[in-house]
Design a protein around this ligand. Sequence first.
Ligand code: AP5
Length: 211
Amino acid sequence: MIIVLLGPPGAGKGTQGDRLVERLKIPKVATGDVLRAAVRDGTGQGRLAKRYMDRGELVPDRVILGIMKDALSRPEAARGAILDGVVRTVPQAEGLERVLEELGRKVDAVLLFDVDEDELVRRLGQRTVCEGCQTPYTGREPGTACAKCGGTLVRRKDDEPEAIRTRMRAYREQTAPVIDWYRHNGTSVHTIEAAGPVDTVTARVLRALGL
Ligand code: AP5
């Protein structure tokens, strides 16, 4: 099963994506996580991506298409994958279609996480993430230990107010058109009310997927 997670910054794509990994036993591909690991490792791709990510801008499509192709061709993804934030522009949606076609697959469902902007800003203002496994936390101080892997919790550079504004704008201008692109293509787009407790949102996700 190939599931695309769409939604603005802080909508809970990562949080719910991890829940789906546990439930469906298929891997999650999160381009944000892949790029942050490349930045941390100081690779050429990481140095390029950092220039965009720190400001809250989208990384060029060609970089994302390479990550997509690589991740989906791996044996771990043979049974499917949860694509978290992988598709943020129409050219990326088209590119994913081509990659999947080559593999004889298609997108089975798109989940669109819907939350109002005040709540998103509040969530991102309180978020820390594990430097190692990238698990997000709310209300835990930077410098404390990750409950999952023991790594150190840090604030993301792009969770500063100016970068959050840029990310929201990128979502409205570049990612929102992807929703209509999928609808016109006949792919099921399920809008998930993503405010409320995490477990409640998970229940909505599972219902939408018929699980
Ligand atoms: P990425 O890391 O994907 O960031 P994002 O899309 O802005 O999404 P976030 O990770 O901020 O939020 P989320 O929706 O996953 O929410 P989360 O579960 O963490 O991308 C970063 C950057 O990489 C981009 O800006 C871009 O530069 C680049 N990039 C990545 N992919 C790209 C692509 N395809 N094309 C071009 N560039 C790309 O939750 C947020 C917080 O809320 C957490 O603290 C969490 O604990 C909390 N929370 C979750 N659910 C709830 C709930 N129900 N109630 C209360 N709190 C909750």
